[in-house]
Design a protein around this ligand. Sequence first.
Ligand code: XIL
Length: 447
Amino acid sequence: MARITAALLAGLLLSPLIHASPTSGKPLLASRQDENSEGLHSLMVAAGKLFFGTATDVRYLLDKAHQAIVNNPSEFGMIVPENSQKWGELEKEKGRVDFTNADAIAAAAAKNGQKFRCHVLTWAAQLPSFVTSSTWTKEALTAQLKAHITTVVTHYRSQCYSWDVVSEALSSSPDSNTLSNSSIFQKVIGPSYIPLSFYWASLADPDAKLYYNDFNLEISPLKAQGVVDIVHLVRNFISPTGEKGKARIDGTGLQSHLFVGQVPSLTSLISSLETFTNLTSLEVSFSELDISHDSVPANDTQMEQQAQDYMTVVSACLAVEKCVGITVWGFSDKYSWIQDAFPGKGEGCLYDEKMKKKAAWYGVREVLKRAGVVMAERNSTGSPEERIRNAARNGRLMEEVNGTALMLAAEKENETKNGGSNSFRGGLGWRAWPVVTGWGIWVVLSL
Ligand code: XIL
């Protein structure tokens, strides 16, 4: 897949047309009313990525309005159970593993044609009490962890796009790259619990992508370095049969529980992601995205800022080749975990409590649509004129063509071919000029 450059996407993100409608002067995000447009997942795929997903769970099944959105594969192409696959949910009593709830989510995702992400195997939180309150020897806990991973991964074999194998093994401080000492696995087994977990998961499902998942990686280079160390630990692991290379790690999930106004700049996010993926050669995804307000209810200005922040994160994923997708940790403010975990904070989702799309949703759609147009144009053949006309024809531009002007990012090669100054007329009656800006190459269209 061709890489969309940072400059190009910065251009997309910073386009004044995202903020102001050329005809009305009203904020564009607030004026959007199109409820039947293509969903975020479809647009994400058109922009060259694998998925836009959400966490959900069985406890929301009776909420029809919520479920209608969950079950729409155009909106969410990846589903992850928010809690049902956690050890403490699956095996409340030692030896009695109950997959009913998690299976229901897996079955619904399969029925809807959505990818299923499995979450989570080795995590120090939400454990059953028989794990947290027993006194363990290293051997006994190692055997128990192996049994857990083998049983669960085998049960879901070939159903999971990916498994979050180990989560939050690093110290929660952004100023540290050390392993967390509060984890029972670290305390009893030591650091080998990490490569062992990847090894057992690799044996039980050779096809699922195996992920490490953690928070603050997007804002802390030190913590990201901790993941680089974990990757080396896994790759250098010698299996009990004396072989190297038997523990596999394929990706890292950047949880990204972020706060409005505190999201790193686009360039800084891109640079963190690229540094990380270059060092590890792993794929990455934004795995639990939400961008909450410090205090609620949020006003319109704060909601527009939230939209900008979401657009920054989505743009960063689009700009980094190894970023394969984005999953939000719930899509409605009605059920977000944030208000429970961080009292007083919240409203961090793309939909409000009434399942209505927020400015953030429209902002994300805007970024994805523009990136999709770039991809369509990039992948089509023929002259630059034909390629841009194709992009317009494929429908993604049509609603924009009503305005007096629109901008479409184009590749540098077009600018070179056109000499950067000639305009041409398209079959739809519009005119296009390639324009070089500080943010990349643009094609400006007007009727
Ligand atoms: C959260 C769930 O959303 C809540 O419902 C639950 O009470 C606590 O866990 N990082 C993770 C997720 O990896 O599993 C957590 O999910 C949020 C933080």
